[in-house]
Write a protein that binds this ligand. Sequence first.
Ligand code: I3P
Length: 109
Amino acid sequence: KHGVLTRKSHADMDGKRTPRGRRGWKKFYAVLKGTILYLQKDEYKPDKDLSEVDLKNAVRIHHALATRASDYSKKPNVLKLKTSDWRVFLFQAPSEEEMMSWILRINLV
Ligand code: I3P
């Protein structure tokens, strides 16, 4: 699965709140491949190698949990992703349908 997702980091690897200055929203082209959610700057190109930044932004979603971010009301179609290393991300999808589709696909991994 792939598509545009806008990410906000809410908690870091230790579960602590992401500090100010790193809590902004950032738009990515997301690609779910196996157990990894790749967050790329540019649109997915099958024969292009991932940049170092792309690799750094990739999220392992094995044992992660995706839910609707029902406690976040500033933007619509936002899902919450909790990873197995205690990071928390918010991802805004372009539509409700896309948000539900990402939640289902992530939780199937
Ligand atoms: C954050 C940025 C986010 C905002 C966040 C700010 O600043 O303005 O858009 O989240 O608020 O801290 P920075 O880019 O300097 O990290 P919202 O869009 O959800 O308001 P927060 O600290 O209340 O999460």
